[in-house]
Every structure is written in structure tokens, then in C-alpha cells.
Ligand binder design. Structure first.
Ligand code: NAD
Length: 379
């Protein structure tokens, strides 16, 4: 973990005396060297056999991330409550594939179980924690808000506490594009204001970012939050529009087209999301000196990135892509906008590119074809 002791008034001290300036310069080079050694240590420990905790391992993104890490020989400890928000058999089928790897351990566990989560962290030493478990879904947060408080607020706090007490090397957690609410300025950049969530789901994700920042600042915990933009692909979530559309079209049922199709989404293919997570995992943020931080930036070892396709598609074009992949035209129910929904999402991924050299780029036609093919084989 890169810990840099701070001089909150570094500039002024350096400017006062040449002797102090020299000692400040030496101090800085020692810090740079120290940071280099710590980076090397983090990189080595990442590639050594230390265990990575993946929460929500039976979920869509958690399954794919775990599979990728396991295939690369990492030890993965997966936890999931296997709740029934959507088909539990789908979660169990994902899990069955992970359990075929001998370097995978799974335990059914609820993030909101404070005692069990504390025990988990005291029993194991995790090099990295990837928190993907959460109550997902914008619309369901209007029906069952308390599920969001339990998993996304209390559950997330339990994870932060575990990371704090065991000094985990890097906590990576799932935030969401929904934090941008109805922002008009596009593409959405991580330094845009995100103070007006339009669903409780979005509010809990924004709260996660704030909670994580406070732990990062207070306990020097390296933390990275990832704002995912509408992730889709095989083994995906049955509550999401693309899954519902394919299912309805396959069974000759009409599809509900909200906001009369006048919506735009930055659809992001699962493999791109996993690539982004893995790259970010290997790059824990450092604490910055006050001089290195840009005005208004935090000095805490904390980062937020967008992971999106940077290529928004209108809902009608999206439906046409599905129709072409299925060779069938959908019957469409044109509907008004749903409460909690946002008209458009569009990710600015420059920061991700700059820091980890990657941006999602799977074309929608390719990703949708893969999903339709999986759906036909699975059901
Ligand atoms: N898929 C997307 O488009 C998308 C977009 C933005 C953000 N996200 C976020 O990414 C993360 C992963 O999303 P996903 O699409 O894989 O969702 P998912 O629902 O498939 O996976 C989440 C998993 O977490 C588990 N879980 C829920 N509450 C839990 C709790 N209290 N304790 C333990 N396990 C619990 C669920 O059983 C599920 O298997 C979530 O945090 C979600 O909010 C997803």
C-alpha cells in the first residue's frame, strides 16, 4: 500500500528556505522511491498466490470476473447471498462452472451479516477485494428500498470495515452510471457533478463513493470505484431490458418500449468490463501530496473511473440490432418514461485510457449476437 506522509503546506515550506527546499526535494525523491518499491510489492503480491475476494461471485459480472481470474491461476474466494431478485438457478449454474476450478472457494454469505463478514476478514488475508455484490436495478428500488439499504449501504460498510482492519491492498467496487442522474452534459465525466440521483439505487451508489472516499482518506485504504454503463452479454441479468426483449421476442410476446424509444444507452459488453476491472485491480491508487493533487482533487488513495462503451445507441436502434440477430421483428408497446429512469448515458473513458491503457470497444452487433446465441443454447 502506498502511504505518503503529508505536509499539508508543502509549497509554502519549500518556498521559504533553500535548505528546507533541498531537504524537501530529498524527502520527495525518497517518497518516489518508496512508492516505486511499494508498487513493485503490490504487483508481486497480486501475481503471487494471495487470495482475491469477489463479492457477488454468482452474479453476472462477478461470475465473469471470477472465471477470468481463476483461469489465470488466481486464488478466488467468492461470496454471494444467492438472493431471489432474479432466477436463482441462473446464479447456481454460473456458480457450478466456477466450482470446477480447484482454486475457487465459495461461501454463501450476506454482506449485511456484520458478524460473518468480520469473521471472513479475520480468517483470511485478501490481497484485493472486488465488491460487486449489491441490490442492483433502478426500478426495483422504488418497490423495495430497504433491500438497497441492507446490501448497498450496510453491506458495503461491512466490507469497508473488513478492508480497514485487515489493511487490504486494494478495494475495487461497483458504482454505476446512474449516479449521473439526468445530467445534460455528455459524455459523462468522472469530475462532473453527481449530486442529483433520480433513484434510490443511484443514491446508494453515490453514497458508496462517498463512504469509500472517507475510508480511503482516514485509513490510507487504496480504493477504486467503477461506474459501469449498462453491462450486457451471455449469462446476463434477466431483469435487464436486452434480456427481457430477447425473451419476449422468442416467445412471441410484445416488448415494452419506454419513453417511446427516445432513450440512449452506452451498452458495454461483459468482456470489456472484465478487462477494465482486471487492469484497474493491478493499479491501486496512491496518496498524493498536496502539491501533486490538482485543485479540488482529493489527496486520498482513491479513484473513480467510468467503464462504458463511449458509443451510445438509441433504444430503437438497439431493438433493431436484436431483431436482426434473432431474425424476427418485435411487437412493440410504446410506453411513457418510467420513474427513476434517465434519458441517456454516455461514458467519457479518457481517464481509464490514460491510467490503464484500455477502453471498451466491442460493437453492439457482436455482443448482441453472442447474447442471442447463448440464450438459444441455455433456454
Ligand atoms: N449489470 C449492469 O449493467 C450494471 C451497471 C451498473 C452497475 N452495476 C453494478 O455492478 C455490480 C454487479 O452487477 P451485476 O449486473 O453482476 O448484478 P447481479 O445481480 O447479477 O450480481 C449481484 C450479485 O450480488 C448478490 N447479492 C446481492 N445482495 C447481496 C448481499 N447483501 N450479500 C451477498 N450477495 C449479495 C446477488 O445474489 C447477485 O448474485 C452491482 O453492484 C451492480 O449494482 C451493474
Amino acid at each position: 500500500m502506498a502511504i505518503v506522509p503529508l505536509d499539508s503546506d508543502g509549497d509554502a515550506v519549500a518556498a521559504r528556505s533553500p535548505v528546507i527546499r533541498l531537504s524537501f526535494a530529498c524527502h520527495s525523491s525518497v517518497l518516489i522511491l518508496l512508492n516505486l518499491f511499494l508498487d513493485l510489492y503490490i504487483l508481486l503480491s497480486f501475481f503471487s498466490t494471495m487470495t482475491i475476494l469477489v463479492t457477488g461471485a454468482a452474479g453476472f459480472i462477478g461470475y465473469f470476473l471470477s472465471r477470468r481470474l481463476l483461469a489465470h491461476g488466481e486464488q478466488v474466494y467468492g461470496i454471494d447471498s444467492l438472493n431471489n431478485y432474479y432466477d436463482v438457478n441462473l446464479k447456481k449454474d454460473r456458480l457450478a462452472q466456477l466450482e470446477a476450478f480447484e482454486n475457487f472457494t465459495f461461501e454463501r454469505m450476506d454482506l449485511s451479516d456484520r458478524t460473518r463478514i468480520a469473521e471472513l476478514f479475520s480468517e483470511h488475508s485478501f490481497s484485493c477485494v472486488v465488491n460487486l455484490a449489491a441490490q442492483a436495478g433502478v426500478r426495483y428500488s422504488l418497490e423495495n428500498p430497504l433491500a438497497y439499504a441492507d446490501s448497498n449501504l450496510l453491506g458495503f460498510l461491512n466490507i469497508l470495515e473488513g478492508c480497514r482492519h485487515r489493511q487490504v491492498g486494494h478495494l475495487v467496487f461497483a458504482s454505476s452510471s446512474s449516479v449521473y442522474g439526468q445530467n445534460q452534459k455528455v459524455p459523462f465525466a468522472t469530475d462532473d457533478r453527481v449530486d442529483h440521483p433520480v433513484s434510490l439505487y443511484a443514491a446508494t451508489k453515490k453514497a458508496n463513493e462517498l463512504m469509500a472516499h472517507s475510508y480511503s482518506h482516514l485509513y490510507d485504504l487504496p480504493v477504486t470505484g467503477l461506474r459501469f454503463f449498462t453491462v450486457y452479454g451471455p449469462w446476463g441479468r434477466p431483469d435487464m431490458a436486452y434480456f427481457k426483449f430477447v425473451d419476449a421476442i422468442a416467445h412471441n410476446r410484445p416488448i415494452d418500449v419506454y419513453n417511446h424509444g427516445q432513450m440512449k444507452r452506452d451498452f458495454t459488453y461483459i468482456d470489456d468490463v472484465v478487462e477494465g476491472i482486471v487492469r484497474v485491480m493491478k493499479k491501486p491508487p496512491h496518496r498524493l501530496t498536496t502539491t501533486a493533487a490538482k485543485t479540488g482533487d482529493t489527496t486520498a488513495p482513491y479513484k473513480i473511473y467510468n467503464i462504458g462503451n463511449h458509443s451510445p445507441v438509441t433504444l430503437m436502434d438497439f431493438i433493431t440490432t436484436i431483431e436482426q440477430a434473432m431474425g424476427k421483428v418485435a411487437q412493440k408497446n410504446m410506453m411513457p418514461m418510467q420513474p427513476g429512469d434517465v434519458p441517456a448515458t454516455y461514458a467519457d473513458v479518457q481517464a481509464l485510457m490514460d491510467d490503464v491503457g484500455f477502453k471498451p470497444d466491442t460493437p453492439l452487433t457482436v455482443g448482441i449476437e453472442k447474447f442471442v446465441q447463448w440464450y438459444a443454447e441455455y433456454y
